[in-house]
Design a protein around this ligand. Structure first.
Ligand code: UN1
Length: 508
């Protein structure tokens, strides 16, 4: 793997395809450091990549699944071999603290480790028939060519959640990574193709802007070149992508935003809850889809929780993500700007607990690690008194801001937790098993943590959400195979005559 790829372009059918426009990706901790120059393709580039994936798919699917599993095993080892280098690149390109970046790369390895054996276990069933001299079977068949469109906050782990199982199941790929993580995605692509010995055209990468990608995707769907879409990104764009898929009679695998609640009850270990809220709220600078949105804390323990949380947040190390910090910079100027617009939505009834905004010499942070003016560094913010109807309560923030509100009884806690209408992750801190089970039962969320953070899901459990967080599709673990395979039923009659179901059913 090349440490830093100065030049990045789309790779279609094994060949680099420069596009018409060039952009640079910079280090959000040191904005004048260029990480990569990326050549952006357009809609036609996407269509060409889709054509390549479509053409290569039958050949890839013809390779026996256990042999495809071996390719996944080799990819896993290649990622392991490049673990530190890839993590350093993620830290340099999107500012994720190095320890988290190592965890992100480990998530790819875990995904490969899980799926390598699936090549030998891509089971179908033998099913009894209601007629004699007839056998029924089911087979998992690859869906075909898949478009994978991912975000930059997890520039390498989340793509692997789609790409590894899709390849294992005999699908081919067009991957459009985020515009602001081209170097990390180019490195990922290089490791996958070389490590797995993937034939040309099986795994194509397209660097392009959002509107061109959308246009290229639509044209590819119209031409029958794409059979499945995997998309991770905002709820607003997910709605568009889901609509596009639906108009082509496809279901997209959608992993969208979250406004993930954490309920803290009087039966909670408050220090544990504070630790969980710090990691969930400010890990990846609050830019995970699983990041903590609002702490919903019982009024009896509200003040105690808030003062402990404030003290912990005030002491949290912020700065240079190559060092052991809790929080690095925001990942890109686009996100910094959006986050600042969010800060502009604070209202008089919001009790902001500490400094807010960009960390600068005029707005310093005690114990800051590094040079704040060089990067997109923000104060971690806690806002008490948020409530339904406030944009800050209702919508995903995608930045280092955690809201706090209080509740009187458990019913109100659940109402507040479900109010924003997302449904990705959630957490409850309590040592009362009845509360924990009641929460699990009543929360609308794909993922529930008891006495743990909203973020940090393990790679072999179903991952995904409901409501504004997704269409119920799940990634990770065995369940994602239902996204990248179709069931084929086979009925095999060796009676030598036409046996009609429901009409020639054997008698007792
Ligand atoms: C995302 O932010 O899109 O559970 C995924 C977590 C990580 C994945 C987050 N394993 O926080």
């Amino acid at each position: 793997m090349t440490r830093r790829q100065a030049q990045v372009s789309s790779i279609i059918d094994g060949r680099a395809v420069p596009g018409g426009t060039t952009a640079t990706s910079t280090n959000p901790s040191e904005l004048d450091e260029v990480i990569a120059e990326v050549s952006f393709g357009d809609a036609a580039t996407f269509v060409a990549a889709a054509g390549s994936a479509k053409k290569s798919q039958p050949g890839w699917a013809a390779i026996p699944a256990p042999v495809r599993g071996r390719a996944i095993a080799q990819i896993g080892r290649a990622v392991e071999h490049n673990k530190e280098a890839l993590a350093r690149l993620v830290t340099a390109e999107i500012g994720k603290p190095y320890a988290e970046a190592l965890g992100e790369v480990q998530e790819i390895i875990d995904t490969c480790d899980f799926f390598l054996g699936e090549g030998r276990r891509l089971y179908g069933q033998t099913v009894p028939s209601e007629m004699g001299d007839k056998q029924l079977f089911t087979f998992r068949r690859p869906v075909g060519s898949a478009a994978v469109i991912t975000a930059g906050n997890f520039p390498v782990a989340v793509p692997s959640w789609y790409i590894v199982p899709a390849l294992l199941a005999g699908n081919t790929i067009v991957w459009k990574p985020a515009e602001y993580s081209p170097a990390a995605s180019a490195a990922f692509h290089e490791i996958f193709v070389a490590g797995g010995g993937l034939p040309d055209g099986v795994f194509n990468i397209v660097h392009a802007g959002g509107p061109d990608t959308f246009a290229g995707l639509e044209q590819s769907l119209d031409q029958g070149l794409i059979d499945k879409i995997g998309f991770t990104g905002s709820s607003a764009v997910g709605r568009e992508v889901g609509g596009l898929a639906g108009r082509h009679l496809q279901t997209a695998c959608l992993e969208l935003g979250g406004k993930n609640p954490m309920v803290v009850t009087p039966a909670a270990d408050l220090d544990l809850a504070v630790e969980g809220a710090l990691f969930a709220g400010f890990g990846t600078a609050g830019q995970r889809c699983t990041s903590l949105g609002t702490v919903i804390v019982h009024e009896l323990v509200h003040d105690d929780f808030l003062s402990r949380f404030n003290a912990t947040v005030a002491a949290a190390s912020v700065g240079d993500p190559t060092q052991a910090v809790v929080m690095g910079p925001l990942m890109d100027a686009k996100f910094a700007q959006r986050y600042e617009e969010f800060l502009g939505l604070l209202q008089p009834h919001h009790r902001v607990q500490a400094e807010q905004g960009r960390i600068t010499a005029d707005n310093p942070r005690r114990g800051f690690v590094g040079e704040p003016a060089a990067g997109l560094f923000y104060h971690p913010v806690v806002v008490d008194g948020v409530r339904p109807g406030d944009q800050i309560f209702d919508e995903e923030t995608f930045g280092p801001l955690v809201g706090v509100t209080s509740y009187r009884d458990f019913t109100e806690a659940i109402e507040l937790a479900n109010a924003p209408g997302y449904g990705l992750s959630s957490a409850i801190y309590t040592n009362d098993a009845r509360e924990a089970f009641a929460f699990r039962d009543q929360i609308s969320a794909g993922m529930v943590s008891v006495n743990n953070s909203t973020s940090g899901a393990e790679a072999h459990l179903p991952f995904g959400g409901n409501g504004k967080s997704g269409n119920g599709s799940r990634q990770s673990g065995i369940w994602v195979l239902d996204q990248f395979t179709h069931w084929q039923s086979v009925n095999w009659d060796y009676s030598g005559r036409l046996q009609k179901a429901q009409m020639d059913t054997a008698e007792l």
